[in-house]
Design a binder for this molecule. Structure first.
Ligand code: CO8
Length: 257
């Protein structure tokens, strides 16, 4: 499958998606959204694929939603089509995926990166929610996900001033899982994704689901949800294989059943 604004390749069980609108620093227009929805749905449906990496270029992961596309829209246009709601289909992806961010991740670009299960940043990465400078606000989840990721003080400061945060500060603040040299970013992210892809698939799905539940529920309900999924994994072949492999001092051989 080929896409207009996205390059997609499979590296073993890892799907590598590269945003490809260099002329606009990967600004997210409706074509990019359509391509992302289709590519993530194809990834989720392909049994041979276990983890994905979404990246951009060395200069920009994505410099935001496409300002030129949005500039003349009215309230009725935006509200009528529920503009940006399509990104809920990207976040509905069940398998794990990583955002690998080099360069600018601004506005919608930062928000798209935060939709990933975690972010790995190149040391040249710059994150920001500069929408206020355009007299609007984050619109793809930034005010919610940034606040959950780095807390109110920094999130509020970022959204109100529109300033950028560099990779070191992003790591200190908990926005990114780790920082690597920019030139090694994609290889490092694919390496991490390959490690995740080698885990028992149902356990990986369950891990993702339970960590995400922490953002939606109380501690008590979250702990019960985790425990039930944990119990459920004892009904899988892979749990028997995983524990037998440990005892026999060998690697597990997963069936995904
Ligand atoms: N949209 C459209 N085009 C863009 C965007 C964008 N977000 N960002 C960059 N481009 C284009 C530029 O217009 C330029 O095109 P051209 O060559 O035709 O003039 C090309 O990309 C290269 O950009 P620059 O020449 O500006 O490159 P620089 O290296 O000088 O600067 C920056 C890089 C600092 C990243 C700069 O491009 C910039 O500030 N970009 C805009 C960043 C921004 O404000 N992003 C937030 C956008 S709004 C958003 O994402 C959230 C939307 C939520 C709104 C809610 C609505 C419901």
């Amino acid at each position: 499958m080929t896409y207009e604004t996205l390059l997609v390749e499979q590296r073993g069980a890892v799907t590598l998606m590269t945003l490809n609108r260099p002329q606009a620093l990967n600004a997210l227009n409706s074509q990019v959204l359509a391509d992302l929805i289709a590519a993530f749905a194809a990834f989720d449906a392909d049994d041979s694929q276990r983890c994905a990496v979404l990246t951009g270029s060395e200069k920009a992961f994505a410099a935001g939603a496409d300002i030129k596309e949005m500039s003349s829209q009215s309230f009725a246009d935006m509200y009528g089509v529920n503009f940006f709601a399509g990104y809920d289909r990207v976040t509905a992806t069940r398998k794990p995926w990583i955002a690998a961010v080099n360069g600018f991740a601004l506005g919608g670009g930062c928000e798209l990166a935060m939709m990933a299960d975690f972010i790995i940043a190149g040391d040249n990465a710059k994150f920001g929610q500069p929408e206020i400078k355009l007299a609007v606000t984050p619109g793809m989840g930034g005010s919610q996900r940034l606040t959950r990721a780095i807390g109110k003080a920094k999130a509020m400061e970022m959204c109100l001033t529109g300033r950028m945060m560099d990779a070191a500060e992003a790591e200190r603040s908990g926005l990114v899982a780790k920082v690597v040299p920019a030139a090694e970013l994609v290889d490092e992210a694919v390496k991490t994704a390959t490690a995740i892809a080698a885990m028992a698939p149902l356990a990986a799905l369950a891990c993702k689901e339970m960590v995400n539940a922490a953002f939606e529920t109380t501690l008590q309900q979250g702990v019960v949800f985790e425990r039930r999924l944990f119990h459920g994994l004892f009904g899988t072949e892979d749990q028997k294989e995983g524990m037998a492999a440990f005892v026999e001092k060998r690697a597990g051989n997963w069936t995904g059943k």
